[in-house]
Design a protein around this ligand. Structure first.
Ligand SMILES: C[S@@+](CC[C@H](N)C(=O)[O-])C[C@H]1O[C@@H](n2cnc3c(N)ncnc32)[C@H](O)[C@@H]1O
Length: 395
């Protein structure tokens, strides 16, 4: 390599290192720097290097899952000093050579640090990988979506390359089951437990639309104030985290708050603010709360194909009061082009485990119209890639 090129690269590396330290307390700047360096990486890689990286991509996650299950990650994270492969073998019962082989692909990404030959230490990533939320997420993803993804191309081919848009789908084929994922998980309590931890963690990272959208203008102004009036129904609201947070943000808002979900889910609730009324309800059945100001659904539509979404939405539309009631859907709203990586991957995830999908603005407008609803506005949820709130009313 020419010395002038070599020194230019060294000076760029030093600049990136110093910028990396500078952006640590500015998340927008950090993301911009990350995006810039990743884009540069894409330009630098040859097509063959990129394709090869894709071909070899399942291997490291599989090695990591093995080390999590074996307990190597946990031992390293807790150890006060680096551990040798012999010590890890003694502590976990795993074969020493196997441990060395499984650790190798994790070293270049800094998942584990190699202090010396066969001597390993935890990094911040190793430590994060012992968090129950992350372990739960990883275990669930590995056993459900990842397993289904390996079978998906064959499933799609066997089904004439038709779009997956409703039951049955790749999950049923991969798991040889007639069940959809929710009841299937109930038959696999270990995985259900991991999934629940994962969902709890995801919730902590959420940005709540009601903390920055113009709530007074969207729903409070003009809301009925009589004691029977319902301000908001959280349809399929799980254990009520969202609607409870809404109450805490707007404790003086007029009208009742109602949480609906399947009887088993409502029955599992341990703590919920008494201001929230619990109501077991199957959203494919007639909506018992008529004329609410808002029917709110978070991450429900992306679990279902179009026909099921229309059935759910029609039940709500039938209960709405024209000119007063609204539907709020908290979902990803994909742009027609330049969809970022995360929602693109989530779409494949929904396709493979639930036969559902993430939708574009155009698809939302068409879907809602089939249920007799009209989009009033697409609101953007700040800082989250394409996550938004779709405000709709009766046509
Ligand atoms: C992806 S979770 C979303 C939960 C909640 N909205 C949130 O964002 O945390 C989907 C929810 O739909 C509920 N659900 C599934 N089928 C349902 C049905 N037929 N009627 C009512 N709720 C249902 C599940 O129990 C679960 O709580």
């Amino acid at each position: 390599m020419a010395t002038s090129l070599d020194s230019k690269i060294d000076s760029l590396a030093a600049q990136i290192q110093s910028l990396t330290a500078e952006v640590q307390n500015d998340d927008a700047a950090r993301k911009k720097l990350l995006g810039t360096t990743m884009a540069a990486m894409g330009q630098l890689e040859t097509p063959l290097e990129t394709v090869w990286k894709i071909i070899m991509s399942p291997h490291a996650p599989s090695a990591l899952m093995s080390l999590i299950k074996l307990g190597v990650i946990e031992h390293l994270a807790k150890a006060p000093a680096p551990m040798s492969s012999a010590e890890l073998s003694k502590a976990t019962g795993g074969d020493q050579v196997l441990i060395v082989r499984l650790c190798r692909p994790l070293l270049p990404q800094g998942i584990i640090a190699e202090v010396d030959a066969e001597l390993y230490a935890a990094t911040p990533i190793t430590k994060l990988l012992t968090d129950p939320v992350i372990v739960g997420g990883y275990t669930f993803m590995f056993s459900c979506p990842s397993h289904t993804l390996t079978q998906m191309p064959q499933y799609l081919q066997d089904n004439g390359w038709k779009n997956v848009n409703g039951y049955p789908g790749p999950f049923q084929a991969a798991k040889s089951t007639k069940l959809t994922m929710w009841p299937w998980l109930c038959e696999h309590p270990d995985l259900l437990n991991h999934f629940a931890k994962f969902m709890g963690g995801q919730r902590m990272m959420r940005i709540d639309w009601f903390n920055f959208l113009p709530i007074a203008e969207m729903m409070l102004n003009g809301a009925k104030k009589n004691s029977e009036a319902v301000l908001m129904v959280d349809v399929g609201g799980g254990e009520g985290h969202d609607i409870e947070k809404f109450h805490k943000a707007f404790p003086d808002a007029p009208g009742q708050l109602v949480l609906q979900d399947l009887p088993d889910v409502i029955g599992m609730i341990k703590d919920l603010h008494p201001a929230v009324r619990r109501m077991p309800h199957d959203f494919f059945q007639e909506q018992p709360v008529t004329g609410a100001r808002v029917y709110y659904l978070r991450s429900i539509m992306h679990d279902w194909g179009d026909d099921d979404c229309v059935k759910i939405l029609r039940r709500i539309a039938d209960a709405m009061t024209s000119g007063y009631s609204k539907v709020f859907l908290n979902e990803f709203i994909l742009p027609a082009k330049d969809v970022p990586m995360y929602p693109s991957l989530l779409d494949i995830n929904m396709m493979c485990i639930l036969n559902g999908m993430e939708r574009t603005e155009k698809q939302w407008i068409e879907l809602l119209a089939k249920a007799g609803l009209r989009v009033v506005r697409f609101h953007t949820v700040q800082n989250v890639e394409n996550e938004g709130l779709i405000e709709a009313e009766l046509m």
